[in-house]
Design a protein around this ligand. Sequence first.
Ligand code: GLA
Length: 408
Amino acid sequence: MGVIVDTQQDIEEIVPAWSAQEGAQRANALFERTYGEAADGVWASPGRVNIIGEHTDYNGGLCLPIALPHRTYVALRRRDDAEVHLVSSFDGEELRWDGALSDVHPGGVEGWVGYTAGIAWALAEAGHQVSGFDAALVSCVPTAAGLSSSAAVECAVGLALDDVNGIGLGHSDEGRAALVDLAVRTENDLVGAPTGGLDQAASLRTAEGRALLLDCRDGSTRQVPFDLAAEDLELLVIDTRAKHSHATGGYGQRRATCEAAAKTLGVATLREITDLDDALSRLDDDESVRRVRHVVTEIARVQDFVALVDAGRLTEVGPLMNASHDSLRDDYEVSCPELDVAVDAARGAGAIGARMTGGGFGGCAISLVHAADRAAVVDAVVDAYRQAGFKAPKLHVVTPSTPGGRIS
Ligand code: GLA
């Protein structure tokens, strides 16, 4: 369970994670108030932080996410017709949409409706029978913070539709991997965000107390024991509250550069590069060189990180986290001043390691700390933000939590 940092500093804290029971109650209450009847059930799926392995997923590489205790909850009822009714209450703002399954296709719906109902389209495209539905969504995953609130929505609704239509993908890891692909398809083809599969796999294929070693070349996974408490460690999430408007464009450009470089090098993805120096010598522009160097070295860092964890040397992963951040800042150029200040302050105050997490251009940094050093790290980050004139960050201590599933 995530806990809010108790600090003397005057900072605005992020919303604490709801218990499953509280989330279900809130979703059911919204459903009953909106539709006047009870839902068939409540399903939930979490946001994530990625421990290491950034911008590797769409390059066939390795990532290591954990599920957050923060989840999106959907109360849903199957309809016998093809109508779709949605209500969501995120950040206190209630939104409604009433339409039909036939409206849900690329170009047919926009914004939050695409993230919410789009998976129905992807399921149908994959040949599954999907009926109309009424849904009510609530969430305690911070939005626009780079913690995958959108994947949590897609996956929660995906699990619900899978269940009420008797499809059964949610019952096995293989089925969940298929659901991940459908959620990615929704994001890529219907919403228009060219993201990889990291966020959805974290939401559906993780396990409590574990980090998920995800191999994006073939979709294979390994659950890596990630017991922070056993080592007296804590994982601090620092929400910079910085949102950079070029996020989508910058992400797409990075992906396009990687794909063009892979083509130049004659490999299917950058994962296939075995000799980095040779590959770099065959690229003629500096930008491609730096992007490729990041991806290839980052994949190696994930391998090294997991090897240390496997050897019981979790306290020694700091240099890998730090190198990951530096590479994302200098070679991949997806950091921003707010992320760099947070990371530098955490490192300076004795953190084991610190790095940005997620796509970048704002969002969150993570820091692995000895529990005894947490207060000093928090104070250092808050002070550094004050001195830099940034909005106060929001802080959270998280543990690897449960993946998506039916709550009630
Ligand atoms: C975002 C995307 C993911 C992944 C990360 C970077 O979170 O949604 O697919 O590419 O950025 O690792």
